[in-house]
Design a protein around this ligand. Structure first.
Ligand SMILES: Cc1cc2nc3c(=O)[nH]c(=O)nc-3n(C[C@H](O)[C@H](O)[C@H](O)COP(=O)(O)OP(=O)(O)OC[C@H]3O[C@@H](n4cnc5c(N)ncnc54)[C@H](O)[C@@H]3O)c2cc1C
Length: 358
């Protein structure tokens, strides 16, 4: 059995920020990351990030991952365990995990869960055919393993992820026949939409996928226009010659471990689905468990890093560390997060958090 003041599950931007914030105040941290590399989603992001300047906006995601990884790896208070998948959280403060072929246990005083999110699926005929991918899977194939998912792609979803992955497909020499989105507006930033449009990719709004065609793999796709109530308009079906369908229709927080630990959960669509109820200190209904990043609500890397820092500082404060300036530091991070969420872009998250506080 290992012992640790603080266990952090997840080595993405949120988890690394939590570990660094707590270690900065003398807390011994065990960081569990199931992959062999730290960075979470960032290791696939070759584009320059939007978000907050204090959280590396304008820097490529993969570089942000390097910056955080170097800090974590050089911090002697952080025991960074890669290839370690957390499996369970128990009432007595034990976290179980699989490391290589071994089943291990760590006894913790405080826990930060920063497990990120998983991709949402869409129901349509043929959605189980090989060649239907989530956008994150396409990014992993291309940017981690150097493998093209196909030659001609239909992208479903015109949010930031759909637009960015479309651009990365074009950069890799893949043809993108169209981006379709059921909404009547583009969900992602206009700068990303303009870039793919300039490359000749049509963005078809009020349009969805009806079917992926083929018997053993994708050989085409049927798209169809929707009316203002999202009902298919008969006679508007169009067949596209594609061998890949890429779904970018949202993310769901990965919260199974938090449920297992007995944390109170609520279904709040604006935050991505089932989320752990938490306060502005990122503390869940279990006073020893904190949450950060996409696991708390699906947002972006800047907010994930800020939430991670707040969660790490809160865990340290709850352990009563006599560390100068720690309360002020946490208040500053909370103010920065609120500033990031001000304005139109943050309205959805603000509304979701207001529902949670109800
Ligand atoms: C295509 C795309 C483009 C994006 N562009 C931007 C952008 O420009 N700007 C921006 O701010 N954000 C962007 N984002 C969003 C950003 O990447 C995420 O919001 C951010 O990575 C969330 O950080 P996180 O640490 O919460 O989760 P993640 O980055 O997902 O990290 C979670 C980590 O937890 C690990 N994990 C999960 N379960 C376990 C377990 N049981 N045991 C151990 N480890 C576990 C995972 O392996 C992973 O490493 C983009 C996302 C995508 C997909």
């Amino acid at each position: 059995m290992l012992f640790s003041d603080l266990v952090v599950i997840g080595g993405g931007p949120a988890g690394m920020s939590a570990a660094l914030a707590a270690a900065g105040h003398g807390i011994k941290v065990t960081l569990l990351e199931r992959m062999e590399s730290l960075g979470g989603q960032l290791v696939k992001q070759t584009h320059r990030f939007f978000g907050s300047e204090s959280e590396y906006a304008g820097t490529r995601g993969i570089r942000i991952a390097d910056i955080l990884r170097e800090k974590v790896e050089s911090n002697r208070l952080i025991d960074c365990r890669r290839g370690s998948t957390a499996l369970g959280i128990y009432e007595d403060g034990v976290v179980t995990f699989e490391e290589g072929t071994q089943y291990k246990k760590v006894n913790m005083d405080r826990l930060v869960v920063a497990t990120g999110a998983s991709e949402k699926m869409l129901v349509f005929e043929g959605n189980d055919l090989p060649g239907v991918y989530g956008a994150g899977a396409v990014q992993t194939l291309m940017n981690l393993y150097g493998v093209l998912p196909g030659r001609k792609v239909l992208m479903v979803g015109a949010g930031n992820i759909g637009l960015i992955v479309t651009y990365q497909l074009l950069q890799a020499g893949v043809r993108v026949a169209a981006i379709v989105d059921a909404a009547d507006h583009i969900g992602g930033y206009l700068v990303h939409a303009s870039k793919v449009r300039r490359c000749g990719v049509p963005v078809l709004l009020g349009t969805t996928i009806r079917a992926a065609l083929g018997t053993t793999e994708v050989e085409g796709a049927v798209i169809q226009k929707l009316d203002s109530h999202f009902h298919p308009i008969p006679g508007t079906e169009q067949r596209l010659d594609v061998d890949t369908v890429c779904l970018s229709v949202g993310l769901s927080p990965l919260t199974e471990l938090l449920r297992l630990a007995g944390c109170k959960m609520r279904y709040i669509p604006a935050l991505g689905g089932f989320v752990p109820v938490h306060n502005s200190y990122m503390q869940t209904s279990r006073s020893d468990i904190f949450v950060a990043g996409d696991a708390s609500c699906v947002e972006e890397a800047s907010s994930a890093m800020m939430e991670g820092a707040i969660a790490g500082l809160s865990a340290a404060i709850s352990l009563h560390v006599p560390s100068a300036g720690i309360l002020e530091q946490r208040e500053r991070r909370i103010r920065e997060l609120a500033a990031l969420r001000a304005g139109d872009v943050g309205a959805k998250i603000r509304n979701g958090l207001a529902v949670m506080a109800d």
